[in-house]
Design a protein around this ligand. Sequence first.
Ligand SMILES: NC(=O)c1ccc[n+]([C@@H]2O[C@H](COP(=O)([O-])OP(=O)(O)OC[C@H]3O[C@@H](n4cnc5c(N)ncnc54)[C@H](OP(=O)(O)O)[C@@H]3O)[C@@H](O)[C@H]2O)c1
Length: 339
Amino acid sequence: MSRTIEVTTSHRGSPSGKVDNQTMKAVRVHKHGGPEVLQYEDAPRPQVAAATEVLIRVYAAGVNPVDWEIRTGLLKKIFPVSFPWIPGWDLSGVVEEVGPDVTKFNKGDEVFAMPDATRQGAYAEYIAVRESEVALKPKSLHHIRAAAVPVAALTAWNALFDTARLRAGQRVLIHGGSGGVGHFAVQLAKWKGAHVIATASAKNQELVYGLGADEVIDYRAQKFEDVAREIDIVLDPIGSDTQERSWKVLKNGGILVSLVQPPSEEKAKSFSARGAMVQTRPDGAKLADIAKIIDAGQLAPVIDRILPLSEARRAHELSQSGHTHGKIVLRISNRGGTL
Ligand SMILES: NC(=O)c1ccc[n+]([C@@H]2O[C@H](COP(=O)([O-])OP(=O)(O)OC[C@H]3O[C@@H](n4cnc5c(N)ncnc54)[C@H](OP(=O)(O)O)[C@@H]3O)[C@@H](O)[C@H]2O)c1
């Protein structure tokens, strides 16, 4: 099969004909606000600043709700950022340069990562990240698809495996089974041997069954608490009323794991259950484990849509709607070949 590969130069030429290694295209935020504060513009190209850093040429960046939650100022206290700030916690690309103490990666390696975007994010042609945040990209995935994985898959893993200690045979209720985190959680819970019940609206039923769910509840047509029973683990990426109503589906000793709102200790006690809140951190070693599962054909990202980096505003508007499925990805380079 022939592949179309668009050849682009790695360094922009200046009007004088000199090669410009100092700047790059990026999407930057200069103050908190709506999608209009996302500026597609020239920015200084980052350098490897510490001995254990890796400079990556970014081919694609995933979009997560946290990107616009920080952009609006909603998460000022948890994720303080200094301006100009480049959003983006998900990336796939190629190593351009390594610091002297980097041991795991070499120039030219194809990698993916969840960088610490409070320093600098991935909506850019280049990013310098800590070696510990990086893993080799799953060989079976194009960069566009690999960029959809890190935050959402790490979060599903943290919630189900590290926090709830999911075991084969347990019953799991995954809210938002069609969402970024939810679609990975459904697949990972199934991979572990759980009985998976997920919520999704009518338009996403087929998608979520296709990911391996045993039961999918249309949360708009039915109250999930009337259907789901004796649940060991609830995964809550929604909060508020959904979290409140989730307590009653748990069996004694069950756990409600939320991504968005710390569960009430009082409620947990009154339902003889436990509650936990997950906060995902960059973790290259865990990403490497996830890459293995992907390459074994047992986990795959779903892409809602691919937009060019210059359309980051549109990407944020879509993400902010709360009803995209799978992931939105920003294409930054055509070098990865056709999808
Ligand atoms: N704490 C952490 O470390 C962490 C990490 C990652 C994400 N998060 C947070 O977790 C939340 C979810 O993230 P995400 O990336 O999965 O978001 P997302 O992809 O934007 O979620 C969208 C999905 O949510 C579904 N949905 C919306 N309302 C629902 C409801 N009432 N019941 C069931 N499903 C519903 C939608 O399905 P329909 O279109 O079918 O309605 C849609 O597919 C965000 O607030 C994010 O910031 C936290």
